[in-house]
Write a protein that binds this ligand. Sequence first.
Ligand SMILES: C[S@@+](CC[C@H](N)C(=O)[O-])C[C@H]1O[C@@H](n2cnc3c(N)ncnc32)[C@H](O)[C@@H]1O
Ligand code: SF4
Length: 309
Amino acid sequence: MAKKKRVAIPSIVMEDQFGYAGDPKNETYFHPKPKVLNIFPVEGDPELLAREALKRDLSNVKKIRIDPVNTCNVACVFCTSDLTAKHAQISLDTIEAILRRTSQTCVRISVGCIYEPLMAKNIEKYIQIIQKVVSDEFPKKPKLNMVSNGLLLDKRKLDFLNYLDWLHISVHSHKKENFEKIMRKANFDTLVSNVKNIRKKYINLNIHLEFVVNQKNKNDIEGFIHWAFNEMNADSINLKRVSTDSFDDKSYLADSINAKDVLGLSDEEWNSVSKKISKSWPSKLTSAPAYSSPDQMLKRSAMTDVIEL
Ligand SMILES: C[S@@+](CC[C@H](N)C(=O)[O-])C[C@H]1O[C@@H](n2cnc3c(N)ncnc32)[C@H](O)[C@@H]1O
Ligand code: SF4
């Protein structure tokens, strides 16, 4: 049961980013000539980041990370985002303006980075705008992915899936009880049926599953790998060590920490996970640093480890 296809993406240096979710109004993070643009709606002034970005020199932008909305339908115990803000959405016109300004250099677009992209009822319109500007102005189609919890796939118009280079779905256990304990408010059966349906309908779509390893699911890993490849027919997966170092004060991770619910893994525990997996999956293993925390923005620093299969 080999991984079937992996989209090869050259890594993009995570320095020189514009926009930081932990402090969206802080101009320190409004880089004058960014390589990476983080565009998400800010409560009370949804277009703030996009408006400020358009005032900067965008001739160096390689990657755009877009969140159309600032909400989520799930409450993961380790989520580092602030999900208490009032609903806000970025307009399609604004996204179009950002894309037109970055068309000559941008090689990668990621939709859904901090919040849940399928919470936008008109999510297909965002992908259609990307498709239109790419076809009008980009010299080469950028790699396009969406990161989602997958639970609203049955509620949205999905024609856009054919245009994605891959769909990244976060699934943190193959056991219903653990899944629902970690991804609170989510229903495991809905997730399974959604993934199976898109797998059947969009045969060429790259489906990538991400599993965030923490205290609640560390014993599910081997079973998850088999389930992901054999039952869900995923094309690739990655196991990411949960990050507990940096989070928004109003996040579910902050609540878990305040409730003394320990989620993080010790280095010994993580090493033993890595060893176990290298033993059973030696030829399919690569590892890479992930950049997902606050000091991340302006300097390069590995925050959590990732095992990719
Ligand atoms: C913040 S979510 C946004 C997209 C979407 N809602 C989802 O969950 O896929 C982006 C990714 O960050 C991961 N993530 C959230 N909190 C994390 C943490 N404390 N450590 C490591 N990864 C985390 C999620 O599992 C997900 O794969
Ligand atoms: S990690 Fe969980 S709670 Fe956070 S945005 Fe994604 S699905 Fe929502």
